[in-house]
Design a protein around this ligand. Structure first.
Ligand SMILES: CCC(=O)SCCNC(=O)CCNC(=O)[C@H](O)C(C)(C)COP(=O)(O)OP(=O)(O)OC[C@H]1O[C@@H](n2cnc3c(N)ncnc32)[C@H](O)[C@@H]1OP(=O)(O)O
Ligand SMILES: O=CC(=O)O
Ligand SMILES: [Mg+2]
Length: 355
């Protein structure tokens, strides 16, 4: 297998295309909010959502009816052309690479609104070859459209082969911005026996041992997380490649409690954000993917107690050292990035008093 040398990795893949980035910017993306640009009611809500959500994503793939694919593409061009997105990123999810729509999706979007598009989400990615295809095509279209900065790529992890290849996918191109878990397609592809869009299943459990040998007696049941393995594998692949991991869709829109739990598990495991399918999921994601006041208060106390950052100290009966300091700095740095774009959070974090 031939590998590119580092100098080739960072050369544009088409004459006239912008140079690839050497580092993916850490732009807040707590909620990637999906809307169908062919749905007039949803489209009408988009301009007012600017500034309330980190990412607005015009979805062209699943959940858009086949008859509306062209209207969705054209609707996205119209919304992007007419809207000032300010601090909010604009992403799109293109149709799958084997579909009859994807070539026109990319040609139209990059040449007509390429300068407004931050990230292209690619569904059903199987391996690095899919990223290489989109990488070259984007470069050709950026050159054709005179796009000034590289459009980044985000892969959805939603096939068994994709999961097997996740490390190669994560490092397939300097355009790789991140990866999201796609639990619905992944479940189908793996032939899992579930029918939900993300979340848990009451049948996937661990049961307490029988008390006094009574197998029919009262025994506590602990529901397990169906997605733990895949999210952890995805987080490691992304962290190793210097890109960002995300949870994906949570389809039970009414169950805001379970959505919050699923999002928080992903946050604690290392994800930076999640998808939002309905306006009511945005507030949950923004809250869960922002460090809490308690976390920041503790993290700042550890930073203060650790002085030059080396050695070991006791704080509230617990040992803190270089490694726990690094964990605290993850939270402090994230809080600073979020405060820079979210005035309410800035006020909250600025008001924290460290004793
Ligand atoms: C499963 C794997 C995947 O691929 S998940 C990603 C693909 N799926 C999606 O993108 C789904 C996006 N969301 C939706 O289509 C809708 O939210 C669904 C779930 C169908 C619910 O819609 P609906 O029954 O209209 O909800 P509702 O009556 O509570 O809506 C209230 C008002 O809000 C609007 N709304 C709804 N969803 C969005 C959205 N995502 N973005 C912007 N606006 C949205 C509705 O149009 C409705 O507006 P109005 O008050 O009637 O003017
Ligand atoms: O596209 C997302 C999924 O869960 O499938
Ligand atoms: Mg999918």
């Amino acid at each position: 297998m031939s590998h590119k040398s580092p100098k080739d990795f960072f050369a544009p893949l088409a004459v006239g295309a912008p140079a690839p980035l050497r580092e993916i910017p850490a732009r807040p993306s707590r909620a990637i909010h999906f809307f169908d640009p062919s749905n007039p009611k949803m489209a009408a809500k988009v301009p007012a959502m600017v500034g309330t959500v980190d990412v607005l994503l015009g979805n062209l793939e699943d959940a858009v009816k086949a008859d509306n694919k062209v209207a969705a593409r054209e609707g996205l061009v119209k919304i992007a052309s007419e809207t000032d997105f300010g601090p909010t990123q604009l992403w799109t999810r293109i149709n799958s690479l084997d579909s009859p729509w994807v070539l026109d999706d990319l040609i139209t979007l990059v040449t007509e609104i390429g300068d407004k598009l931050d990230v292209v989400m690619v569904p059903k990615v199987q391996g690095p070859e899919d990223i290489h295809y989109v990488d070259r095509l984007l470069a050709q279209l950026e050159a054709k459209g005179g796009v000034q900065r590289p459009i980044l790529i985000h892969a959805i992890l939603e096939t068994a082969r994709g999961v097997a290849n996740v490390e190669e996918i994560a490092s397939a191109s300097p355009r790789m911005q991140g990866i999201s878990l796609g639990p619905a397609d992944l479940a189908a592809d793996r032939k899992m026996k579930t029918t939900r869009v993300g979340g848990g299943h009451p049948g996937y459990l661990v049961r307490q041992d029988p008390v006094d040998g009574d197998i029919h007696g009262q025994r506590t049941v602990f529901q397990q997380d169906l997605w733990h393995y895949t999210i952890a594998k995805m987080v490691d692949a992304c962290a190793a490649a210097g890109i960002y991991p995300y949870y994906g869709p949570f389809g039970d829109i009414t169950d805001v409690v379970a959505a919050e739990d699923q999002f928080r598990n992903a946050f604690l495991l290392g994800c930076v954000g999640t998808w939002s399918l309905h306006p009511k999921q945005i507030e949950i994601a923004n809250r869960v993917f922002s460090p809490s006041v308690e976390d920041i208060k503790h993290a700042r106390r550890v930073v203060a107690a650790m002085g030059d950052g080396t050695g070991a100290v006791m704080l509230d009966g617990k040992m803190e050292d270089d490694a726990s300091l690094k964990q605290c700095l993850v939270l402090v740095d994230l809080a600073e990035e979020l405060a820079a774009i979210d005035p309410k959070l800035k006020e909250l974090y600025d008001a924290i008093e460290v004793d």
